[in-house]
Design a protein around this ligand. Structure first.
Ligand code: CUA
Length: 155
């Protein structure tokens, strides 16, 4: 079988690029300790209910207009289901799950992160406009997935 010289060069270039990309990803994963995106720390999923601050899910005030909100996702609900937030608040969400993978999504805000048992995911948002914001689960998590919703009331 005859392979044209230019074709050989392109095949070699393709293989070389693949090797470089895989080496880059592997090196970054090992050297920098990469974890899944937006997951900031690990947690024992069996002990979430007794691990501060997740033993008291909800809104915690840090300072003037600055808040942290702790959420626990489980089949098929978010805890807390309803969160009251003052207008203008900058809220950093910390979310974990006790059972399976869920998706923490507040439509129209850009807040959207996967939540895995064993990990705490974090995402922040400033609620400038008052109103009722929907909180959804956007990862299929079982028969009651579509019922896994809550709200964030900004006033
Ligand atoms: Cu939780 Cu879908």
């Amino acid at each position: 079988m005859h392979i044209h010289r230019y074709e050989k060069i392109w095949i070699l270039a393709g293989v070389a690029m693949l090797v470089v990309f895989l080496a880059t990803i592997t090196t970054a994963a090992i050297v920098d300790g990469f974890v899944p995106p937006s997951r900031v720390q690990s947690i024992d999923p069996a002990k979430v209910a007794s691990t501060p601050p997740f033993d008291h899910p909800g809104l915690h005030k840090l300072g003037n207009g600055v808040y942290e909100a702790y959420y626990v996702g489980h089949i098929f609900a978010w805890d807390p289901q309803v969160l009251e937030v003052p207008a203008g608040a900058h809220v950093t969400f910390f979310v974990t799950a006790t059972d399976v993978v869920h998706g923490f999504t507040i439509p129209k805000t850009g807040v959207n992160t996967m939540v895995s048992p064993g990990w705490v995911s974090s995402v922040a948002y400033t609620f400038k406009n008052p109103g009722k914001y929907l909180l959804l689960c956007n990862e299929y998590c079982g028969a009651g997935h579509q019922a896994m919703a809550g709200s964030i009331n900004v006033r």
